[in-house]
Design a protein around this ligand. Structure first.
Ligand SMILES: Cc1ncc(COP(=O)(O)O)c(C=O)c1O
Length: 365
């Protein structure tokens, strides 16, 4: 085959890279032949999923020859009840990641601008570029969204703004009042997406509850997921809360069966387990405190995190330290992949995993 591309893809793809996920356990095991691998690279729940969700999946397996209900109405109803919103405001996606792509596909036209923080979750920028839009990247201050600067970046061509709260990869949140003022100040013709993938992990009191703002701000979209605290990342299920008029458009664009039967059943059962959420949140907060303290004891600073991960600054390359950790069977995410050179992003594991990571890090420095 000639090295020249023989059928041209859409021009917006030129120069775009492929998303680099945290390395899977199986791959590292195969490569290094290590018996025990600790994966702290993709912000997954180290405790798995609620037992009732697992049971619901097993029950549902007998139905896998049948397509699922297209818009997951039972789950949408359950989510609506959980948050006290009208079911018309709930949209299910194949992970919240799919919803991000559906939003840019539906609303971003070539040349449209979308304001995002820098660094933040890279899928916003990627999707904007694919759809021909122009990401306008506004530097974070100490890992925190600079909402004033983001507001100043909103102009006549702006279609959408993403606020990642807590922010991935820094773990920081924006203050409740600052976010409220921001949402109020963004023009009504600009969509404000607040991505709350780590919502259930937040313990800070200065954190905005965005759901009540849906009534007054038809341009507000809240994204949530079952991939994090509910431990269902492999099933690919997330949701958005938003105005029904936006949902009507997304239904035209999505695939006909974008969420599968196992995911719908598991998520439905998972929502009942409030105790699971409480216990995981608590264990996570303890793990975060432990990791921040252990990093400090090694002379390393970190961002204050409200997610299930922590960004640790290093005096040297995160890629190098990440490789030395990998050789010891610990997978983390080098900051170089996330827009913060000389750092690593570490998912909070079980207490044993956290301890093993700290010991490996001591040896890797
Ligand atoms: C901020 C943020 N949004 C969205 C996602 C995507 O999650 P999902 O598994 O629901 O697609 C992630 C996953 O890491 C994330 O960190």
């Amino acid at each position: 085959m000639s090295s020249q591309q023989h059928i041209a893809a859409r021009p917006s793809l030129a120069g775009l890279g492929v998303y680099v996920p945290g390395r899977p356990v199986e791959e590292v095991q195969r490569e290094l032949g290590l018996a025990r691998i600790i994966k702290l690279a993709s912000n997954e729940n180290p405790f798995g999923c609620p037992p009732a969700a697992r049971e619901a999946m097993i029950q549902e397996m007998g139905q896998c020859a049948l397509y699922p209900e297209s818009s997951a109405p039972a789950l949408a109803e359950r989510i609506a009840r959980h948050w006290g919103v009208d079911v018309e405001r709930v949209f299910l996606g194949n992970g919240s990641d799919e919803i991000i792509g559906l939003l840019t596909r539906t609303y971003v036209q070539p040349g449209d601008e979308v304001v995002v923080a820098d660094p933040t979750f890279s899928r916003y920028e990627q999707n904007v570029i694919i759809d021909g839009g122009v990401p306008v990247k506004v530097p974070c201050v100490d890992g925190v969204h600079d909402l004033d600067a983001m507001l100043r970046a909103v102009g006549p061509r702006t279609r959408m703004v993403f606020v990642c709260n807590p922010n991935n990869p820094t773990g920081t949140i924006v203050g409740a009042e600052a976010l409220r003022r921001f949402i109020e100040a963004v023009p009504a013709n600009v969509i404000v997406v607040v991505d709350e993938a780590y919502y259930e992990y937040v313990t800070a009191s200065d954190y905005l509850q965005t759901v009540p703002l849906l009534d007054t701000h038809p341009n507000l979209i809240i994204l949530r997921t079952f991939s994090k605290i509910y431990g269902l990342a492999a099933l690919r299920i997330g949701y958005g809360l938003m105005h029904p008029a936006i949902i009507a458009e997304l239904h035209k664009v999505r695939g006909p069966f974008n969420t599968n039967r196992l995911a719908q059943a598991a998520a439905l059962a998972a929502l009942d387990d409030a105790e699971w959420v409480r216990r995981c949140r608590e264990a996570n907060a303890e793990g975060l405190a432990y990791l921040a303290q252990a990093a400090a004891a090694l002379g390393l600073s970190s961002y204050p995190s409200q997610g299930n991960f922590i960004l640790i600054h290093l005096p040297t390359s995160g890629t190098e330290v990440g490789q030395r950790l990998l050789m010891q069977g610990v997978i983390v995410r080098p900051g170089e992949q996330l827009g913060i050179p000389n750092s690593i992003r570490v998912t909070v594991g079980t207490p044993e995993e956290n301890q093993a990571f700290v010991e490996a890090l001591r040896r890797a420095l």
